[in-house]
Structures are given as structure tokens and as C-alpha cells.
Design a protein around this ligand. Structure first.
Ligand code: DC
Length: 231
């Protein structure tokens, strides 16, 4: 019997509504590759901060981008692809609030997006991927077979992200996390280039009151329906 054709699954949505948790589990269940597009913007931000790049100057941004190599490399220990910036594994440092405070500004720059999207297209050529982000279903893979748009109540999202960051940094406050989420959501959805919005053909998944297992079961059913109905 022929093995079923692989598809592209996109997961977009607001900050901290569980996109990456769902995307990772979905990829695992389907034996697909998970790609965290936000990690690319975070790694570029890390490079800009470390190298004091003045991102208000187009020329400086372009020079810096030409020096950046991003790769996703599978780590058998964590059992996931981790992002490397010029050969260094930065998967964990990019999760810091210092990066989160600047990433939306940098992700709004046209040439930064062009660089990231070109790489996302390359990765998507082989299909069998689950990619999460803000513009994956609208701009990066507008023909993806399954598009999910995730959302959750604001207070629930803040609480979830706070718990996650508090484990690493007990000095963090709920107010800081709330302000950061609100700021990122605003910038991500109001920027000129590829703003966050639901693709017309995306299915909404509101996980405010769903367990991780429940959301996976729902999304897995959608994915299997699409895979089995492939022409
Ligand atoms: O998913 P995340 O929180 O790691 O993403 C970090 C930031 O990167 C987010 O605030 C907006 C930006 N981003 C984007 O503009 N487009 C994407 N496809 C993914 C992330």
C-alpha cells in the first residue's frame, strides 16, 4: 500500500496560547518535523542585541542579516529540532524576557521577514511539517492543507506564560508578563508587513478550557481527515 501523502500544517495565533506545545505533539504523532518560526525571529534578535546592531538603519540590518546563519538541528536528548545561530545552540537563551521585549520590533522589519520566510520556504519544500508562528498560513504557506488559528482568553495566556518564565526567573512579575504579551500582540497584529491575522480558510482552536490532550485529539483528527482525503 502506498504511504499517505504528507501535508503542511500551519499553526498561527496570539503569543502564549500554546501553539508550540500543540505543534510539537502533532508533529510527533504524525512523524512530521516541527519548525518553530518564532525561534528564527528570536535568534535574529539575539544576534542584533549581542552585536549592538542599530535596527533603525536599513543598511546595518542588511549587513547583520548577511552574517547570520540559522539552522534547525535535531537534538536526540530533547527529541526536538533546536535552533542554532552561527553554529551555537541558542534554543534556550532566546526564550528570555530580554529577547521577548525586542523581538516584535525586529520581526516587523521587512528585510528580517524576507530572510526568515526564504528559509521557511526551503524547509517546507519537503512537506511533512508542522510550522507555528504568526503569518505561516497567510503568507508563508498560503496553500497549506491544514491551517489552525489558535486563541485563548488573555488572562489564561498571561497565567500560562508567567508560570513558564517564573520557573526560570523567580523575580519576574505577572504585570511584566502581561505587559509584554499585550505589547507583542499589538505590534504583531498591527505591523505593515505580514501582520498576524487568521487566514480565511484557517480553523479556529480556542484552548482556554481545553486540556493539552483534548487540544491534541481535536487537531489530530483534523490532520488525519486532511491526510486521508488527499488526492
Ligand atoms: O512564537 P514566539 O513567541 O516565539 O514568537 C516571537 C515573536 O516573533 C513574536 O512576538 C512575533 C514574531 N513572529 C513573527 O512575527 N512571525 C512568525 N511567523 C513567528 C514569530
Amino acid at each position: 500500500m502506498q504511504s499517505p501523502k504528507k501535508i503542511i500544517i500551519t499553526i498561527d495565533g496570539w503569543s502564549s496560547c500554546g501553539k508550540s506545545t500543540l505543534a510539537k505533539q502533532l508533529a510527533k504523532a504524525l512523524d512530521y518535523v516541527y519548525i518553530d518560526s518564532g525561534a528564527m525571529y528570536r535568534a535574529i534578535t539575539l544576534y542584533f542585541l549581542r552585536n549592538h546592531v542599530d535596527w533603525t538603519k536599513q543598511k546595518k540590518v542588511e549587513e547583520a542579516l548577511s552574517e547570520i546563519v540559522l539552522e534547525f538541528i535535531y537534538n536526540p536528548q530533547s527529541k526536538q529540532s533546536e535552533i542554532h545561530l552561527n553554529g551555537e545552540n541558542v534554543e534556550y537563551v532566546i526564550r528570555d524576557l530580554v529577547i521577548a521585549e525586542k523581538v516584535s520590533d525586529i520581526a516587523a522589519i521587512k528585510s528580517v521577514r524576507e530572510t526568515a520566510v526564504a528559509q521557511q520556504h526551503k524547509i517546507g519544500r519537503r512537506k511533512g511539517i508542522v510550522m507555528d508562528g504568526r503569518d505561516i498560513g497567510t503568507v508563508v504557506f498560503p496553500k497549506a492543507e491544514l491551517k489552525i488559528f489558535m486563541t485563548a482568553d488573555n488572562a489564561i495566556r498571561v497565567e500560562r506564560r508567567f508560570k513558564e518564565l517564573f520557573e526560570k526567573n523567580p523575580n519576574i512579575t505577572l504585570e511584566e508578563v502581561k505587559a509584554n504579551l499585550e505589547m507583542r500582540d499589538y505590534i504583531d497584529s498591527h505591523r505593515e508587513v505580514s501582520p498576524l491575522r487568521k487566514a480565511d480558510d484557517a480553523i479556529v482552536l480556542d484552548n482556554s478550557h481545553l486540556s493539552i490532550k483534548q487540544q491534541l485529539d481535536i487537531a489530530l483528527k483534523w490532520a488525519k481527515d486532511k491526510i486521508n482525503n488527499q488526492k
